[in-house]
Design a protein around this ligand. Structure first.
Ligand code: HEC
Ligand code: HEC
Ligand code: HEC
Ligand code: HEC
Ligand code: HEC
Length: 286
């Protein structure tokens, strides 16, 4: 968000191991036009979760555990993650709530053993997965992790999604969790279908990006980002609709793949083409 500002060289190097280019970059282009008060009251409130502390440790434990009891029960609740993982740019909790997993969680919550010791946690305790089960827990003797990237194979949040460096291992890790409850061939099908949605989304965003790059190249669109209506349209396409379709595809959210994702992408593509033509016509008159 602030890029490498305020971090030491060692901290930047540490972070870059996990997401090359994720920290070693200038501040986000929204920081200046929105102003510091907005950024401190908004972005910072969610993004400080992984920031290094003065004593050398990393992250704010109390965002997921409470201050007084280091509660694993709290950390296993979807509502805990939902403090930050919500809204149109990362609709994970909305997707989860509509998925079979979320529906089952709501119906059977009182039958789950949410307090189970992490070292001996089994699918008898948690027979319905929550965010923590898939991304962090060591269920049935698997390795527990505090690094939520361990089981992720794609950079889904990026404009154009690419493999993560640990693509193969990450899929092995996550599929190991799924197969505690499901047959392997079903899980492979979920992944291959999700990757088809992802590739389709990449194509649509690339098409829109080519239009934007063309406008800049021909000097039709000039000046900083977020100063023209078309900037916002393009940003909404990848940052809201594209992400939503990809997140929906991997986490069981059909409505998010379709109506909140691909339908919006189609609608905005037509609008973007129209605005681009308008801008070129105006440019011709100048
Ligand atoms: C409600 C909490 C919340 C707020 C407010 C918020 N973010 Fe985020 N942001 C997240 C979450 C959660 C993710 C992870 C999304 C994912 O991986 O799907 C994220 C992801 C990102 C990413 C992509 C990950 C990366 O490091 O490349 C960027 C960039 C980002 N946010 C910038 C901002 C900026 C700039 C602001 C303020 C203008 C902001 N965010 C406000 C929660 C928030
Ligand atoms: C993103 C949310 C999140 C954050 C932040 C977080 N934890 Fe956890 N932690 C969890 C989850 C989820 C579990 C339980 C996993 C499971 O289901 O067994 C857990 C489990 C634990 C356990 C129990 C492990 C065991 O073997 O008994 C300890 C201790 C712990 N966390 C300490 C910390 C500390 C210290 C920090 C801060 C440096 C921290 N956590 C930050 C989510 C988080
Ligand atoms: C206080 C806000 C906050 C809470 C609570 C929180 N997260 Fe996050 N999480 C974030 C932000 C911000 C990011 C994006 C960090 C970045 O990439 O710069 C993120 C990223 C992630 C990622 C993607 C990591 C990556 O490599 O792209 C996963 C998975 C994740 N969180 C899972 C969880 C789970 C599971 C919980 C609950 C146990 C949780 N988070 C609770 C703020 C939060
Ligand atoms: C049934 C298992 C499962 C559950 C439950 C689940 N997820 Fe996920 N999640 C996945 C899979 C699979 C992916 C895509 C993994 C990949 O990239 O290979 C994913 C992707 C993500 C990402 C995307 C990171 C990126 O690359 O941008 C975030 C963030 C995330 N999940 C957070 C959550 C949160 C928060 C919840 C609960 C509200 C949740 N997940 C519930 C399986 C799950
Ligand atoms: C702790 C057990 C558990 C884990 C782990 C788990 N699931 Fe599920 N899953 C369930 C339950 C329970 C249901 C609802 C009953 C059913 O339809 O089989 C379900 C339903 C589903 C469905 C919907 C089935 C349908 O017919 O509509 C899909 C798809 C799915 N899971 C995929 C996954 C994927 C992918 C993962 C790993 C990323 C995963 N699950 C991890 C327990 C689990």
């Amino acid at each position: 968000m602030h890029g490498s500002a305020g971090l030491t060289k060692e901290q930047v190097a540490f972070s870059e191991q996990f997401q090359p280019g994720g920290t070693n970059r200038p501040p986000n282009p929204l920081v200046m036009p929105e102003g510091h008060a907005a950024v401190n009251g908004g972005c910072e409130q969610c993004h400080a979760v992984g920031k290094p502390n003065d004593d050398g440790t990393i992250g704010t434990c109390t965002e997921c555990h409470s201050r007084h009891t280091s509660s694993v029960e709290l950390a296993r609740l979807p509502s805990t993650c939902a403090q930050c993982h919500m809204g149109p740019d990362h609709s994970q909790v909305e997707i989860y709530s509509e998925s079979r997993h979320g529906i089952m969680f709501a119906a059977q919550r009182t039958l789950l053993n949410l307090k189970a010791d992490p070292r001996t946690l089994t699918t008898r305790d948690m027979f319905v997965p929550t965010c923590a089960t898939c991304h962090m827990s060591g269920i049935n003797g698997l390795k527990m992790t505090h690094n939520p990237s361990d089981r992720l194979s794609w950079y889904l949040a990026n404009q154009i999604s690419t493999h993560r460096p640990n693509y193969l291992q990450a899929q092995i890790n996550m599929k190991q969790v799924c197969t505690q409850c499901h047959a392997r061939d079903r899980i492979d099908r979920v992944y291959s279908n999700a990757e088809l949605v992802l590739n389709g989304t990449n194509d649509k965003i690339t098409e829109a990006k080519n239009i934007m790059d063309g406008l800049r190249k021909d000097n039709v669109l000039t000046g900083p980002q977020f100063t023209q209506p078309i900037d916002f349209l393009f940003f909404d396409m990848w940052h809201y609709d594209g992400r939503t379709s990809k997140h929906g595809a991997f986490m069981g959210g059909a409505d998010f793949v379709q109506w909140h994702g691909n339908y919006e992408l189609l609608r905005k593509k037509i609008e973007l083409q129209h605005q681009a033509e308008e801008l070129r016509r105006e440019h011709g008159r100048r």
